[in-house]
Design a protein around this ligand. Structure first.
Ligand code: SF4
Ligand code: SF4
Length: 342
């Protein structure tokens, strides 16, 4: 995994050429290349008495600890030392949950099931592919900090500096901790894979859904009962919608620990018949409307255009926006009027 040299006390110069971490991250997301090789499965691992049980609680506590203590959960100049994320929410979904197959219809046939992605990993390691009922997805939501939310909520045009740093450094950090989890599991002889750092991962424009990737962390988080979608397409969780979502697949039977609402919009005021549309009023390019909700193409154009702004103003190679995820009633919680119903 690329470990970025963090800028502690000054800005990077000529970031559009020198911010190699940002450039690599953008290429990885767009083309699915440049990721380090997947860790290999240790086929001869001998269990030890001191090995922790790899149960649901172990995953919850290990991920929470990584977010609390990890040195890479840290911003750069001028916020060096501040954390990127706060305590995460962690959930699980079984590989044979019918919703995961249903995503082929809802998102598109290009979207991987956990079974398909796990087969790729099994083939690479020369072991039989596990069945869907024997695997699970571990999904987690990392809320951004109060400072980052406050900064972005104060913006009316372009992304704030803290949000831009979170978008880039948070992506790199998220891949680092998932890689550490996968490495640990593979070393213990348990197949695991992070789909978004494989060569199959790249965003494309598809006929019906527009820009999409073959593995949606957000849809996995919904499946795991961590939240539901808003008018802005962000996932509204008990800690709001200003966050980053990550997920990986593991050859273990983990039990879902949360209730999943059937209504995929259960936590959005507008969808629940309570007038809101605060997200619409936050969008500088009218990419959210009452009639058609989120216009992904218009949003994508605005977000792509922010790359120049982030390079010029913040000296990092990234794009971002998230204005509609901040300064809204769903920013940091399920809106109060709906909280009473949950
Ligand atoms: S701001 Fe209001 S309408 Fe928009 S996603 Fe949040 S709750 Fe829904
Ligand atoms: S993220 Fe997209 S939809 Fe949200 S405010 Fe920015 S441009 Fe608008």
């Amino acid at each position: 995994m690329y470990v970025r040299k963090k800028m502690r006390d000054r800005y990077r110069r000529f970031s559009f050429l020198t911010d190699l971490g940002g450039i690599k991250s953008a290429i990885g997301e767009a083309r699915g290349i440049g990721f380090p090789p997947q860790p290999l499965l240790n086929k001869t691992y001998e269990p030890k008495s001191a090995d922790p049980d790899l149960n649901e609680e172990w995953f919850v506590q290990t991920i929470k600890k990584k977010v609390a203590d990890h040195p890479d959960n840290s911003m750069e100049f001028p916020f060096y030392g501040e954390k990127i994320y706060e305590e995460p929410l962690v959930g699980f979904v079984r590989g044979d949950d019918p919703l995961l197959q249903e995503y082929k219809r809802i998102i598109g046939p290009h979207h991987f099931t956990p079974e398909e992605i796990m087969k790729w990993q099994a083939d690479k390691n020369g072991v039989p592919a596990p069945k869907a009922e024997d695997i699970s997805v571990v999904s987690f939501v990392m809320p951004v900090t109060r400072n980052t939310k406050t900064d972005n909520a104060a913006r009316k045009d372009w992304v704030s500096e803290r949000w831009a740093q979170t978008r880039l450094l948070g992506e790199i950090y998220s891949q680092i901790i998932v890689r550490e989890m996968v490495e640990y599991l593979m070393n213990r002889g348990i197949l695991a894979i992070a789909p978004d750092v494989t060569p199959m991962f790249n965003k494309k424009r598809y006929p019906v859904v527009g820009w999409a990737s073959p593995w949606s962390h957000r849809h996995m988080a919904y499946a795991a009962g961590l939240g539901t979608f808003g008018m802005h397409d962000f996932l509204i969780t008990e800690k709001g919608c200003a966050h980053r979502v990550a997920s990986f697949v593991v050859h273990l039977k983990l039990h879902p620990n949360r209730n999943r609402p059937d209504d995929i919009h259960a936590y959005c005021l507008q969808y629940q018949g309570i007038k809101c549309l605060k997200c619409k009023s936050r969008c500088p390019v009218n990419a959210i409307s009452e009639e058609t909700a989120h216009d992904k193409e218009a949003c994508m154009r605005r977000v792509a255009a922010s790359t120049k702004y982030c390079n010029t103003k913040y000296h990092i190679f990234i794009y971002g926006c998230g204005l509609c995820a901040t300064g809204t009633p769903c920013e940091s919680t399920i809106p109060e009027a709906l909280l009473k119903k949950t």
